[in-house]
Design a protein around this ligand. Structure first.
Ligand code: AMP
Ligand code: MG
Length: 356
Protein backbone atom coordinates (compact mmCIF):
# COMPACT_ATOMS: atom_id res chain seq x y z
CA UNK A 1 0.00 0.00 0.00
CA UNK A 2 1.16 3.50 -0.75
CA UNK A 3 2.13 5.40 2.34
CA UNK A 4 2.14 9.17 1.94
CA UNK A 5 2.31 11.44 4.94
CA UNK A 6 1.63 15.13 4.97
CA UNK A 7 3.79 16.91 7.45
CA UNK A 8 2.52 20.47 7.57
CA UNK A 9 2.40 21.49 11.19
CA UNK A 10 0.89 24.26 13.25
CA UNK A 11 2.86 27.40 13.98
CA UNK A 12 1.52 28.18 17.40
CA UNK A 13 3.34 27.16 20.55
CA UNK A 14 1.02 25.04 22.67
CA UNK A 15 1.46 23.57 26.13
CA UNK A 16 1.62 19.80 26.41
CA UNK A 17 0.45 17.29 29.02
CA UNK A 18 2.67 15.07 31.15
CA UNK A 19 4.14 11.57 30.71
CA UNK A 20 7.11 9.56 32.02
CA UNK A 21 9.80 8.17 29.66
CA UNK A 22 12.85 6.17 30.81
CA UNK A 23 14.32 7.77 33.88
CA UNK A 24 13.27 11.25 32.89
CA UNK A 25 10.08 12.83 34.06
CA UNK A 26 8.24 14.73 31.31
CA UNK A 27 7.03 17.93 32.87
CA UNK A 28 3.90 19.44 31.37
CA UNK A 29 3.34 23.12 30.53
CA UNK A 30 -0.28 22.96 29.40
CA UNK A 31 -1.83 25.31 31.94
CA UNK A 32 -0.58 28.49 33.62
CA UNK A 33 -0.09 26.56 36.88
CA UNK A 34 1.77 23.71 35.12
CA UNK A 35 3.95 26.27 33.28
CA UNK A 36 4.89 28.00 36.54
CA UNK A 37 5.58 24.68 38.26
CA UNK A 38 7.77 23.57 35.32
CA UNK A 39 9.76 26.82 35.51
CA UNK A 40 10.26 26.41 39.27
CA UNK A 41 11.27 22.76 38.92
CA UNK A 42 13.73 23.45 36.10
CA UNK A 43 15.26 26.47 37.84
CA UNK A 44 15.70 24.55 41.11
CA UNK A 45 17.53 21.73 39.29
CA UNK A 46 19.72 24.19 37.33
CA UNK A 47 20.66 26.12 40.51
CA UNK A 48 22.02 22.83 41.91
CA UNK A 49 24.19 22.33 38.78
CA UNK A 50 21.76 19.73 37.43
CA UNK A 51 20.77 19.40 33.77
CA UNK A 52 17.29 19.83 32.30
CA UNK A 53 15.97 19.35 28.77
CA UNK A 54 14.17 22.56 27.78
CA UNK A 55 12.19 23.60 24.71
CA UNK A 56 13.44 26.45 22.56
CA UNK A 57 12.03 27.76 19.28
CA UNK A 58 14.95 26.28 17.29
CA UNK A 59 15.37 22.76 18.76
CA UNK A 60 15.19 21.29 22.29
CA UNK A 61 18.27 22.04 24.42
CA UNK A 62 20.15 20.15 27.14
CA UNK A 63 20.52 23.02 29.59
CA UNK A 64 22.95 23.67 32.44
CA UNK A 65 24.36 26.73 34.22
CA UNK A 66 26.77 28.39 31.76
CA UNK A 67 28.72 29.88 34.67
CA UNK A 68 29.37 26.47 36.26
CA UNK A 69 32.16 24.26 34.94
CA UNK A 70 30.60 21.25 36.69
CA UNK A 71 27.28 21.72 34.95
CA UNK A 72 28.82 22.33 31.52
CA UNK A 73 31.17 19.34 31.88
CA UNK A 74 28.11 17.18 32.52
CA UNK A 75 26.51 18.47 29.31
CA UNK A 76 29.55 17.36 27.31
CA UNK A 77 29.54 13.96 29.05
CA UNK A 78 25.83 13.29 28.52
CA UNK A 79 26.00 14.32 24.86
CA UNK A 80 29.34 12.64 24.20
CA UNK A 81 30.30 15.99 22.67
CA UNK A 82 33.95 16.62 21.74
CA UNK A 83 35.34 19.17 24.22
CA UNK A 84 36.68 21.32 21.37
CA UNK A 85 33.14 22.14 20.23
CA UNK A 86 31.90 25.21 22.14
CA UNK A 87 28.27 25.60 23.23
CA UNK A 88 25.90 28.54 23.09
CA UNK A 89 25.09 30.59 26.22
CA UNK A 90 21.36 31.39 26.29
CA UNK A 91 20.27 34.62 27.97
CA UNK A 92 17.05 36.44 28.69
CA UNK A 93 17.60 40.08 27.88
CA UNK A 94 20.35 42.39 26.69
CA UNK A 95 21.71 43.05 30.17
CA UNK A 96 22.45 39.34 30.68
CA UNK A 97 23.94 39.08 27.17
CA UNK A 98 26.31 41.92 27.91
CA UNK A 99 27.46 40.28 31.15
CA UNK A 100 28.62 37.29 29.09
CA UNK A 101 30.85 39.38 26.84
CA UNK A 102 33.87 41.67 27.12
CA UNK A 103 32.80 43.98 24.28
CA UNK A 104 29.49 44.87 22.64
CA UNK A 105 30.24 46.20 19.16
CA UNK A 106 27.77 48.20 17.08
CA UNK A 107 27.21 45.15 14.82
CA UNK A 108 25.98 43.17 17.82
CA UNK A 109 23.71 45.99 18.93
CA UNK A 110 22.12 46.22 15.48
CA UNK A 111 21.59 42.49 15.04
CA UNK A 112 20.26 42.10 18.57
CA UNK A 113 17.84 44.96 18.04
CA UNK A 114 16.57 43.42 14.82
CA UNK A 115 16.43 39.71 15.70
CA UNK A 116 16.40 39.12 19.47
CA UNK A 117 14.71 37.34 21.03
CA UNK A 118 14.96 34.81 18.21
CA UNK A 119 16.98 32.16 16.32
CA UNK A 120 20.19 34.22 16.01
CA UNK A 121 23.46 33.51 17.86
CA UNK A 122 26.18 36.14 18.13
CA UNK A 123 29.83 35.23 18.63
CA UNK A 124 31.57 37.87 20.77
CA UNK A 125 34.65 38.26 22.97
CA UNK A 126 33.94 36.39 26.20
CA UNK A 127 33.82 37.76 29.72
CA UNK A 128 35.00 36.05 32.90
CA UNK A 129 31.54 35.01 34.13
CA UNK A 130 31.24 32.27 31.48
CA UNK A 131 32.71 28.85 32.31
CA UNK A 132 35.77 27.96 30.19
CA UNK A 133 34.03 24.77 28.98
CA UNK A 134 31.34 26.87 27.26
CA UNK A 135 33.92 28.52 25.00
CA UNK A 136 36.01 25.34 24.60
CA UNK A 137 38.86 27.33 26.09
CA UNK A 138 38.65 30.05 23.41
CA UNK A 139 38.43 33.83 23.68
CA UNK A 140 34.96 34.04 22.20
CA UNK A 141 31.52 33.05 23.41
CA UNK A 142 28.36 32.41 21.39
CA UNK A 143 25.30 34.13 22.92
CA UNK A 144 21.62 33.83 22.05
CA UNK A 145 18.44 35.29 23.49
CA UNK A 146 15.77 32.69 22.58
CA UNK A 147 12.10 33.56 22.16
CA UNK A 148 10.43 30.42 23.53
CA UNK A 149 8.34 31.54 26.53
CA UNK A 150 9.29 28.59 28.73
CA UNK A 151 13.03 28.93 28.02
CA UNK A 152 12.86 32.66 28.69
CA UNK A 153 11.03 32.16 31.97
CA UNK A 154 13.54 29.55 33.16
CA UNK A 155 16.60 31.71 32.33
CA UNK A 156 15.00 34.66 34.02
CA UNK A 157 14.11 32.61 37.14
CA UNK A 158 17.70 31.32 37.30
CA UNK A 159 19.26 34.75 36.83
CA UNK A 160 22.24 33.16 35.04
CA UNK A 161 22.83 32.18 31.38
CA UNK A 162 22.20 28.59 30.31
CA UNK A 163 24.48 26.53 28.10
CA UNK A 164 21.98 24.54 26.03
CA UNK A 165 23.25 22.60 23.02
CA UNK A 166 20.72 20.41 21.26
CA UNK A 167 19.35 17.64 23.49
CA UNK A 168 20.76 14.72 21.52
CA UNK A 169 23.88 12.58 21.49
CA UNK A 170 26.69 14.30 19.60
CA UNK A 171 26.38 14.10 15.81
CA UNK A 172 22.79 12.83 15.88
CA UNK A 173 19.60 14.55 14.84
CA UNK A 174 18.42 17.46 16.96
CA UNK A 175 15.10 16.98 18.79
CA UNK A 176 12.19 19.19 17.79
CA UNK A 177 9.76 17.80 20.36
CA UNK A 178 10.03 16.40 23.88
CA UNK A 179 9.59 12.80 22.67
CA UNK A 180 12.65 13.05 20.41
CA UNK A 181 14.73 14.24 23.39
CA UNK A 182 13.33 11.47 25.61
CA UNK A 183 14.25 8.83 23.04
CA UNK A 184 17.90 9.92 23.08
CA UNK A 185 18.45 11.28 26.60
CA UNK A 186 15.53 9.86 28.60
CA UNK A 187 17.88 7.61 30.59
CA UNK A 188 20.48 10.33 31.18
CA UNK A 189 18.47 13.28 32.55
CA UNK A 190 15.84 13.62 35.23
CA UNK A 191 13.64 16.33 33.80
CA UNK A 192 12.39 16.99 30.28
CA UNK A 193 10.10 19.99 30.00
CA UNK A 194 7.54 19.53 27.23
CA UNK A 195 7.00 22.87 25.49
CA UNK A 196 5.39 21.56 22.31
CA UNK A 197 6.88 21.37 18.84
CA UNK A 198 9.82 23.66 18.08
CA UNK A 199 8.53 26.43 15.87
CA UNK A 200 11.70 27.11 13.83
CA UNK A 201 12.87 23.49 13.67
CA UNK A 202 16.58 23.86 12.81
CA UNK A 203 19.46 25.31 14.81
CA UNK A 204 20.09 29.07 15.03
CA UNK A 205 21.99 31.22 12.54
CA UNK A 206 25.47 31.88 14.02
CA UNK A 207 27.12 35.24 13.23
CA UNK A 208 30.63 36.19 14.32
CA UNK A 209 30.74 39.90 15.18
CA UNK A 210 34.24 39.96 16.68
CA UNK A 211 35.94 41.14 13.48
CA UNK A 212 35.62 44.29 11.35
CA UNK A 213 33.15 42.47 9.11
CA UNK A 214 30.35 40.30 10.50
CA UNK A 215 30.41 36.71 9.20
CA UNK A 216 27.73 34.05 9.10
CA UNK A 217 29.40 30.92 10.48
CA UNK A 218 26.33 28.69 10.39
CA UNK A 219 23.31 29.46 8.18
CA UNK A 220 19.86 29.22 9.70
CA UNK A 221 16.34 30.51 9.18
CA UNK A 222 17.45 34.13 9.60
CA UNK A 223 19.10 34.25 6.19
CA UNK A 224 22.10 36.28 5.04
CA UNK A 225 19.82 38.52 2.98
CA UNK A 226 17.63 39.28 5.99
CA UNK A 227 20.70 39.87 8.18
CA UNK A 228 22.08 42.29 5.58
CA UNK A 229 18.95 44.42 5.88
CA UNK A 230 19.91 45.12 9.50
CA UNK A 231 23.67 45.03 8.97
CA UNK A 232 24.85 45.79 5.42
CA UNK A 233 27.98 43.91 4.36
CA UNK A 234 27.52 40.78 6.46
CA UNK A 235 29.45 37.93 4.77
CA UNK A 236 28.84 34.19 4.64
CA UNK A 237 31.79 31.91 5.40
CA UNK A 238 31.64 29.08 2.88
CA UNK A 239 32.20 25.66 4.43
CA UNK A 240 35.80 24.64 3.76
CA UNK A 241 36.90 28.22 3.13
CA UNK A 242 38.26 28.66 6.63
CA UNK A 243 41.94 27.99 5.80
CA UNK A 244 42.13 25.00 8.08
CA UNK A 245 40.80 26.84 11.09
CA UNK A 246 37.42 25.63 12.27
CA UNK A 247 35.82 28.98 12.97
CA UNK A 248 32.57 27.44 14.07
CA UNK A 249 33.16 23.85 15.04
CA UNK A 250 29.77 22.47 13.99
CA UNK A 251 30.57 23.59 10.45
CA UNK A 252 32.43 20.96 8.52
CA UNK A 253 31.87 17.54 10.05
CA UNK A 254 29.03 15.15 9.43
CA UNK A 255 26.45 16.48 11.82
CA UNK A 256 22.71 16.70 12.38
CA UNK A 257 22.45 13.22 10.89
CA UNK A 258 19.85 10.45 11.05
CA UNK A 259 20.98 6.85 11.63
CA UNK A 260 19.95 5.87 8.11
CA UNK A 261 22.11 6.88 5.16
CA UNK A 262 20.74 10.10 3.68
CA UNK A 263 20.88 11.16 0.02
CA UNK A 264 19.80 14.48 -1.45
CA UNK A 265 18.72 14.09 -5.07
CA UNK A 266 16.61 15.59 -7.85
CA UNK A 267 14.61 13.25 -10.08
CA UNK A 268 12.43 13.62 -13.16
CA UNK A 269 9.99 10.84 -12.33
CA UNK A 270 9.80 7.69 -10.29
CA UNK A 271 11.74 5.64 -12.82
CA UNK A 272 14.57 8.13 -12.64
CA UNK A 273 14.45 8.07 -8.83
CA UNK A 274 14.54 4.26 -8.81
CA UNK A 275 17.54 4.25 -11.13
CA UNK A 276 19.43 6.74 -8.95
CA UNK A 277 18.71 4.79 -5.78
CA UNK A 278 19.41 1.31 -7.21
CA UNK A 279 23.20 1.66 -6.84
CA UNK A 280 22.85 1.94 -3.06
CA UNK A 281 21.27 -1.55 -2.90
CA UNK A 282 18.93 -0.75 0.00
CA UNK A 283 15.79 -2.87 0.16
CA UNK A 284 12.82 -0.92 -1.20
CA UNK A 285 10.85 -1.51 1.99
CA UNK A 286 13.62 0.26 3.96
CA UNK A 287 14.01 3.15 1.54
CA UNK A 288 12.06 6.26 2.51
CA UNK A 289 11.44 9.28 0.30
CA UNK A 290 10.89 12.86 1.48
CA UNK A 291 9.65 15.04 -1.37
CA UNK A 292 8.17 18.53 -1.81
CA UNK A 293 7.38 18.65 -5.56
CA UNK A 294 8.08 15.39 -7.42
CA UNK A 295 6.04 13.05 -5.24
CA UNK A 296 6.71 9.45 -6.33
CA UNK A 297 3.34 7.79 -6.85
CA UNK A 298 4.57 4.15 -6.68
CA UNK A 299 4.12 1.54 -4.01
CA UNK A 300 7.68 0.29 -3.76
CA UNK A 301 8.99 2.58 -1.00
CA UNK A 302 8.99 2.03 2.74
CA UNK A 303 7.30 5.40 2.99
CA UNK A 304 6.83 8.64 1.09
CA UNK A 305 6.54 11.91 3.02
CA UNK A 306 5.27 15.08 1.43
CA UNK A 307 7.03 18.06 2.99
CA UNK A 308 5.96 21.67 2.30
CA UNK A 309 7.74 23.62 -0.46
CA UNK A 310 8.00 26.62 1.81
CA UNK A 311 11.31 27.13 3.59
CA UNK A 312 9.87 27.92 7.03
CA UNK A 313 7.34 25.11 7.03
CA UNK A 314 9.96 22.74 5.61
CA UNK A 315 12.47 23.54 8.38
CA UNK A 316 9.77 23.07 11.02
CA UNK A 317 8.93 19.60 9.71
CA UNK A 318 12.32 18.26 8.54
CA UNK A 319 13.84 16.73 11.69
CA UNK A 320 10.56 15.11 12.74
CA UNK A 321 10.41 13.43 9.33
CA UNK A 322 14.00 12.19 9.65
CA UNK A 323 13.36 10.98 13.22
CA UNK A 324 10.29 9.12 11.98
CA UNK A 325 12.17 7.45 9.13
CA UNK A 326 14.79 6.27 11.66
CA UNK A 327 12.09 5.03 14.02
CA UNK A 328 10.48 3.08 11.18
CA UNK A 329 13.76 1.31 10.45
CA UNK A 330 14.88 3.21 7.35
CA UNK A 331 18.20 2.15 5.81
CA UNK A 332 18.16 4.84 3.16
CA UNK A 333 16.39 8.21 3.14
CA UNK A 334 16.18 10.01 -0.20
CA UNK A 335 15.39 13.70 0.20
CA UNK A 336 14.34 15.75 -2.81
CA UNK A 337 16.82 18.62 -3.20
CA UNK A 338 15.39 21.93 -2.01
CA UNK A 339 15.00 24.99 -4.27
CA UNK A 340 17.84 27.48 -4.68
CA UNK A 341 17.57 30.72 -2.76
CA UNK A 342 18.70 32.51 0.35
CA UNK A 343 15.69 31.46 2.42
CA UNK A 344 16.63 27.79 1.83
CA UNK A 345 20.30 28.15 2.86
CA UNK A 346 19.80 26.88 6.43
CA UNK A 347 17.85 23.81 5.35
CA UNK A 348 20.28 23.07 2.47
CA UNK A 349 23.20 23.29 4.93
CA UNK A 350 21.62 20.77 7.35
CA UNK A 351 20.75 18.37 4.52
CA UNK A 352 24.30 18.58 3.16
CA UNK A 353 25.77 17.75 6.55
CA UNK A 354 23.24 15.01 7.31
CA UNK A 355 24.23 13.39 4.03
CA UNK A 356 28.01 13.89 4.41
P1 AMP B 1 24.79 23.63 19.12
O1 AMP B 1 24.68 24.23 20.48
O2 AMP B 1 24.95 22.16 19.12
O3 AMP B 1 23.76 24.15 18.18
O4 AMP B 1 26.19 24.10 18.55
C1 AMP B 1 26.62 25.38 18.80
C2 AMP B 1 27.40 25.78 17.61
O5 AMP B 1 27.63 27.18 17.73
C3 AMP B 1 28.78 25.15 17.56
O6 AMP B 1 28.81 23.94 16.87
C4 AMP B 1 29.53 26.20 16.81
O7 AMP B 1 29.30 26.01 15.43
C5 AMP B 1 28.88 27.49 17.24
N1 AMP B 1 29.67 28.15 18.29
C6 AMP B 1 29.47 28.06 19.62
N2 AMP B 1 30.38 28.80 20.27
C7 AMP B 1 31.16 29.36 19.34
C8 AMP B 1 32.29 30.22 19.37
N3 AMP B 1 32.78 30.68 20.51
N4 AMP B 1 32.85 30.57 18.19
C9 AMP B 1 32.34 30.13 17.03
N5 AMP B 1 31.28 29.32 16.93
C10 AMP B 1 30.71 28.93 18.06
MG1 MG C 1 23.60 20.07 18.18
Amino acid sequence: MRKVRFCLRGRVWQGQSAAVTGRAEMVATDSPAAFDAAVARAAATLREDGLVVLPTETVYGLAGNACSSEAVEQIFTVKGRPTGNPVIAHVDGLAMARECVAAWPEAAARLARAFWPGPLTLVLLRSEVIADEVTAGGKTVAVRWPSHPLMRAVISACGFPLAAPSANRSGQLSPTCAEHAAAQLGEAVEVIVDGGQANVGIESTVVDVTGPKAQVLRPGMISAEVLAAALPGVAVVAAGATEGVLRSPGMLERHYAPTARLLVRRWRDEEDLEAQVAVFRAAAAYTFVIAHTNIPPGTRWGGVSVIPRDAEAYARALYAELHRCDAEGAELIVVEAVPEGDEWAGVADRLARAGA
